[in-house]
Design a protein around this ligand. Structure first.
Ligand SMILES: Cc1cc2nc3c(=O)[nH]c(=O)nc-3n(C[C@H](O)[C@H](O)[C@H](O)COP(=O)(O)O)c2cc1C
Length: 351
């Protein structure tokens, strides 16, 4: 029977309410982003990658990434590293923090990460990569998943050889972003590789890369993917998740956009503290107000605000109609620890 985007599925014992998954993105996938993604229909959300060495050394930023709100579940925490014992220890910390899944990053193309043998470097280290999966799987009782790229060099099909080995070593699901590491984000994701991997992996395969609409997503399920991951298309645009799920297009009103943005700003500020949130939010202003929704000079004005509170005032003065929706959002029950968190190492393009 054909799979449906809005149906329940599972990875091992973890039930997932839709086949839409919010991609892990360094410097983006903060708790406010993940919660919003769940609210707009993502069945599963994921933290950005967290360093296993950082966790071992009780690095403040890495450890703080293990704070999980009750309304995020099901949630995967992604870790990276190349030492099987350290990765196992990090996996145990992720499990005791309450994550539903531990995801291993075998796809980050950034030199700072691959230089140490982590991320995409593992795509061509079959023996070490399988040892890492086996070691983490043995250490935890939650399912272990792996997110990969297709290979290191353009045209590489390394994922097709490695993927089934990782499944044999204990991975309960695999995500493929079918671009080579060298490609970074250029060209198009080659989802014929996703189809091939899905046919031979023996575990669910999630498709990541260039999914921006309902037809793309349905097409990937037809190719054999168990679920579809949405990354850049959801940045500042949670409505896109609903559109992808339902197949009906939707243009939010100015009031909805501003209410969601201000709600996000408040969440990010509670999470990261005013200073760090201020830096993070500058990217999000453009993403929310883009798509032809607001004129460019307004975006610039917002970015120029010295404080998050100042930006909020400007938004609500410009679109007073947002107040009512904002109040509803703020009154929705949340289950988080509301302490200030800090972002972990923020690397553009963790996978
Ligand atoms: C800013 C940014 C940060 C990313 N960080 C991570 C990460 O931490 N871990 C990871 O596995 N992938 C990371 N990725 C890759 C995405 O998860 C996803 O695979 C990729 O963006 C392709 O999907 P998209 O076309 O839907 O954006 C990142 C991508 C972007 C754009």
């Amino acid at each position: 029977m054909a799979k449906l985007l809005d149906e329940y599925w599972s990875i091992g014992p973890v039930g997932i309410p839709s086949r839409l998954v919010l991609a892990p993105m360094a410097g983006v996938s903060v708790q406010a982003f993940r919660r919003q993604g769940r609210r707009f229909g993502a069945g599963l959300v994921c933290t950005e990658m967290v360093s296993s060495a950082g966790l071992r050394h009780r690095n403040k930023r890495s450890s703080e990434y293990l704070r999980i709100a009750s309304d995020e579940h099901p949630l995967a925490v992604q870790i990276f590293g190349s030492d099987p014992a350290l990765m196992a220890e990090a996996g145990r910390m992720v499990e005791s923090a309450g994550a539903d899944l531990v995801d291993l990053n075998f796809g980050c193309p950034v030199k700072k990460v691959t230089r140490s043998g982590s991320g995409a470097a593992l795509l061509e280290q079959l023996e070490l990569a399988t040892r890492i999966v086996a070691s983490v799987t043995e250490a935890v009782s939650i399912p272990v998943t792996v997110k990969m790229r297709s290979g290191i060099e353009p045209g590489s099909r390394a994922c097709l050889e490695l993927g089934p080995l990782l499944a044999e070593a204990g991975a309960s699901a695999l995500t493929l972003h079918p671009r080579s590491a060298r490609q970074m984000y250029g060209g198009r994701a080659d989802h014929s590789l996703t189809a091939e991997l899905a046919a031979r992996a023996g575990v669910p395969v999630l498709a990541s890369g260039d999914v921006t609409n309902h037809a793309d997503a349905v097409g990937l399920l037809e190719l054999g993917a168990a679920a579809v991951m949405i990354g850049r298309a959801a940045q500042g645009n949670p409505w896109r998740l609903r559109e992808i799920l339902s197949g009906s297009s939707y243009e939010p009103s100015h009031a909805e956009v501003v209410a969601e943005l201000v709600h996000f700003m408040r969440g990010a500020t509670r999470e990261l503290g005013e200073r760090r949130a201020g830096g993070l939010l500058k990217k999000f202003y453009g993403w929310y107000l883009g798509h032809g929704r607001f004129p460019k000079p307004f975006k610039q004005q917002l970015i120029g605000c010295a404080t998050v509170a100042g930006a909020e005032r400007l938004l609500l003065e410009t679109v007073p109609g947002a107040r009512e929706r904002l109040e509803q959002l703020e009154n929705e029950p949340i289950g988080a620890s509301e302490t200030a968190l800090e972002l972990p190492i923020s690397l553009y393009g963790g996978g």
